[in-house]
Design a protein around this ligand. Structure first.
Ligand code: DLZ
Length: 166
């Protein structure tokens, strides 16, 4: 379903695992900071609402969305996190920069998910304009940061459950 038809913070029908004892890192880009701050707030609030302790949430800032891959890689190399969330906002401009950043971060995060044992969740907005970003950063379409936090708990639970069975 296209996100303009869905509220990103509507979790009815979702099975959200208890986050008690889980450690989650959130890597957030500084570019479009008014948007990424709102996404970060959404992610952290949702993690806490689902019982992740404040002490178990690490927030790392990187300059732009392009740097999210390396930031997440540093967290994964450090170890000890059940999930990593990356947060960014890329807004279409006059040049093809948008495409290069989006392609790079999408492939980069995919590669990390293949290589490392903790899931990396994609909380990146890729929009045509600022209004679309505001709508998805706590506006009328909810908050993609909250959605990413719920996904992080779900994927951490998948990972922990399957590893327990080994
Ligand atoms: C350079 C750039 C541009 C034009 N637009 C964005 C954007 O919309 N969102 C974003 O997160 N970052 C942008 N950047 C910065 C790049 O992500 C990166 O930080 C720089 O190219 C330096 O590597």
């Amino acid at each position: 379903m296209a996100s303009n038809l869905k509220n990103l913070s509507d979790f009815s029908g979702f099975d959200i695992p208890d986050g008690k004892g889980m450690k989650v890192a959130v890597v957030a880009a500084e570019w479009n900071r008014e948007i990424t701050d709102a996404l970060l707030d959404g992610a952290v609030s949702t993690l806490k609402e689902n019982n992740v302790s404040e002490n178990d949430i690490l927030v790392v800032r990187v300059p732009g969305t392009f740097e999210l891959t390396f930031g997440a890689k540093c967290v994964l190399e450090h170890g000890g996190f059940d999930a990593v969330i990356v947060i960014g906002c890329v807004i279409q401009g006059d040049t093809r920069h948008f495409d290069f950043i989006c392609d790079s971060v999408t492939q980069g995060i995919t590669d990390l998910n293949v290589k490392y044992d903790s899931p990396v969740i994609f909380g990146v907005l890729t929009t045509d304009n600022l209004q679309q970003a505001e709508d998805r950063a706590g506006g009328k379409l909810g908050n993609k940061g909250s959605e990413a936090a719920v996904t992080a708990l779900q994927m951490a639970e998948v990972k922990n459950r399957l590893l327990r069975q080994q």
